[in-house]
Design a protein. Structure first.
Length: 435
């Protein structure tokens, strides 16, 4: 870890070298296949993207630290990349080699202005989690309460800004982002904001307190770790220790309990998106834990997306039009969200089939373990392939889409069997309940 963050010039040169190499490959591919037929050009471009994706993932993975976090955040917006690139960067690991305890101790004492033994009754020297920008240690307060202490690696916040600029340059030089320059700028501004927020633990503390208050009023079975403000700073975050079982363990519990947990998670995240309009946007299974008393624990509020009332209203209108199967209105709302380039081209029969597939898990009793909507969607996608360029990823709703999709897969991992239609209608009251 220390190597990857202690030498800014080395990091810059490694990223610049990657960018130059990718640019050379892209130009060479264009020249080599200038006179090829369309099928050969498509095949060559797919192979190029596979090679580039592996190169990006290998480079970011080797560097760890700040640039790995940049890659992880970029992977959350993977709808804007070709699938070959998305697949590669989505495999960036969240775990990283831990920093030596002596450096962690120095960081804690520097931030909290006291010797560590005067702050904690006990502080585990070995972290129980180490990620790209920091690591987490279990500890016990002087009062006897069990906590976890999230410690950011020194210097990682400065490195991230430089790393993001290089990754942005590399992707632009490849010309592979599937949106125009204005939307690219909006996208990278969002990535920059997301990165800045994740690096500022004071913002995460605020997010945790907002979420805790919201869920306490909505459903006390949603557990949000408590923030200890006197032991937290921009680079240190001390939270109550909230243990729970992994989604893999929970998937072995009785069916009724799995169904309850799945419904509870879906309702909580749906309310965050459509009512709080400030939602936890990293649905990775590791950010959630489950208890046999029916409680769901939500970790890591560093990545939170705030949505404007206007965007939520438009998104709700799109959902309502979808339930009414009003194709013209669906297209109007998609254009409003910058998600459709041309109206009246995509065949109505395909729209109708997609609506049935997409709404099935939300409006009927659904066996997530069987996952029929996904299997039918894969088949339908092949038939819709030639129209795909009509649809564009919308920066305004990318994180909503990724979050909803991620929790769909969480319910699959839980092996839930549930009718979510009542919750769906509760979250979006004007939506029609089609059973």
């Amino acid at each position: 870890m220390a190597k990857s963050t202690s030498s800014p010039s080395r990091r810059f040169l490694k990223l610049a070298s990657m960018t130059a190499s990718i640019a050379t490959k892209t130009v060479s591919n264009s020249i080599r296949h200038m006179t090829s037929d369309e099928d050969k050009k498509v095949s060559a471009r797919q192979q190029l993207f596979q090679d580039i994706g592996l190169q990006i993932a290998d480079t970011l993975g080797e560097m760890k630290g700040a640039v790995m976090k940049v890659g992880q955040i970029a992977s959350q917006y993977k709808d804007v990349f070709p699938p070959e690139i998305s697949k590669a960067i989505s495999k960036l690991q969240r775990q990283a080699p831990p920093m030596p305890y002596a450096e962690i101790k120095q960081q804690v004492e520097s931030e909290l202005k006291q010797p560590i033994q005067q702050l904690f009754k006990h502080f585990d020297e070995v972290p129980f989690a180490a990620a790209s920008i920091g690591q987490v240690h279990k500890a016990t307060l002087l009062s006897g309460e069990n906590v976890v202490v999230k410690v950011q690696y020194p210097g990682v916040d400065e490195a991230c800004e430089s790393d993001l600029k290089q990754v942005r340059l590399a992707l632009r030089m490849m010309g592979m982002l599937k949106i125009d320059k204005k939307l690219q700028d909006q996208l990278f501004d969002e990535i920059q904001d997301s990165l800045s927020n994740e690096l500022n633990y004071e913002i995460e503390a605020q997010n945790l307190e907002v979420a805790a208050s919201f869920h306490q009023a909505l459903d006390s079975h949603i557990v949000i770790p408590k923030v200890y403000k006197s032991l937290s700073t921009r680079h240190i975050l001390t939270l109550s220790y909230e243990p729970g079982e992994s989604i893999e363990t929970a998937s072995t519990w009785p069916q009724d309990l799995r169904n309850t947990l799945g419904r509870r998670l879906f309702r909580a995240m749906g309310y965050e998106i459509f009512h709080l309009r400030r939602f936890h946007c990293d649905p990775h299974p590791g950010n959630f834990a489950f208890r046999e008393n029916g409680q769901v624990v939500v970790y890591d509020y560093g990545g939170v997306k705030v949505i404007s009332p206007q965007i939520i209203q438009t998104f709700k209108a799109l959902i309502n039009a979808s339930q009414q199967k009003n194709i013209a209105e669906i297209e109007n709302q998609m254009v409003e969200l910058h998600a459709l380039s041309e109206k009246g081209v995509f065949p109505e029969d395909l729209y109708q089939e997609w609506l049935e597939v997409l709404l099935r898990p939300l409006t009927t009793y659904y066996d997530f373990e069987e996952n029929s909507a996904h299997h039918d969607g894969v088949k339908l996608g092949k038939r819709s392939l030639k129209y795909w360029d009509l649809f564009k990823p919308s920066p305004d709703t990318l994180m909503i889409n990724r979050t909803v999709s991620g929790h769909y897969w969480n319910l699959i991992h839980l092996k839930a069997h549930a009718d979510l239609s009542d919750i769906f209608t509760e979250i979006i009251p004007s939506a029609q309940n089609h059973k």
